[in-house]
Design a protein around this ligand. Structure first.
Ligand SMILES: [Zn+2]
Length: 140
C-alpha cells in the first residue's frame, strides 16, 4: 500500500451532548475527495439517527463500520475488492469500535495510515492464533 493516499477522518460535536447531539464526521483525502461520511445504512443498520462515539453503543458501531467501509472503498476501487471489503469490515468493526471509537472525546481524528496499521495488526494476531492452534493439534 505504499502509493496509497492518506485519508483523514475527523469528528466533532457541534453542540452540547443532548438526547440527539449534532455531530459532524468528514473524510478528507490527499487526492482532493472531501465528503461528509455516509452512514451506509444499506450495509449495516445499527443507528438510523446518526453517528456517535465515546461509549459502547449503536451510534459508535455505525461510525466504526462507516469509517472502515469508506476506507476499503476509497483504497480499493474495484467492485470485487469492494465486495470482499464488506466481509472484512464486518469481521473487524466491533473490535475497531472498542479499540478506538469508544475512547474518542468531543473532537477526534484518525488517518488511513493508522487504520491500515491497525488492520494489519488484527490479521497478524489472528494468523498467530491459527498457527498455535495448528501446532497443538499436530502434537497430539
Ligand atoms: Zn484519495
Amino acid at each position: 500500500m505504499s502509493d496509497a493516499h492518506v485519508i483523514r477522518y475527523r469528528g466533532q460535536r457541534l453542540g452540547p451532548r443532548a438526547s440527539l447531539p449534532e455531530v459532524q464526521v468528514t473524510s478528507e483525502c490527499e487526492c482532493g475527495v472531501r465528503v461528509a461520511l455516509p452512514l451506509y445504512l444499506d450495509k449495516v443498520n445499527h443507528s438510523p439517527t446518526g453517528f456517535e462515539w465515546g461509549y459502547e453503543g449503536s451510534g459508535p458501531a455505525q461510525l466504526a463500520f462507516a469509517i472502515l467501509y469508506h476506507y476499503y472503498c476509497h483504497e480499493f476501487k474495484s467492485e470485487l475488492v469492494k465486495s470482499l471489503g464488506v466481509s472484512r469490515v464486518r469481521e473487524l468493526y466491533q473490535s475497531f469500535k472498542r479499540d478506538f471509537v469508544t475512547k474518542w472525546g468531543d473532537t477526534w481524528e484518525i488517518t488511513s495510515t493508522e487504520l491500515g496499521a491497525w488492520i494489519d495488526h488484527q490479521y497478524e494476531e489472528r494468523d498467530k492464533r491459527c498457527q498455535s492452534t495448528g501446532k497443538e493439534l499436530s502434537s497430539k
